[in-house]
Design a protein around this ligand. Sequence first.
Ligand code: ZN
Length: 86
Amino acid sequence: MNKDPGTCPRCNEHEMMTPLEVNALSRTTRGEDDDPVWVCSDCGLDEALMDTFLDGATAQVHWPISARSFQTHITDIRMQTSNWNV
Ligand SMILES: [Zn+2]
C-alpha cells in the first residue's frame, strides 16, 4: 500500500515523493541500458546545472554526495519560485 520511497540516494537527505516517478530521473541513468534511478528535485536540478556548466553529473559511485555543487543557486531558485501561485 503506502510503500515508503525512502530518502534520495544522491544526497541521503531529502525524502522521496510517491510515486517514485514524480521525482527527478537522475542524469546518470539516462543511457539506453541503464536502470532508472530517481533523485530528489534539488538533486535533479543540481545534476542539470552540473551537466550544463561543469563536466556532467556526479557518478553514482560517489553517492551520497557531501554537498550539492550548485546549492546556493538552488536555494535562490527555490526562494524565487516559492511565491508563484500556480
Ligand atoms: Zn537528493
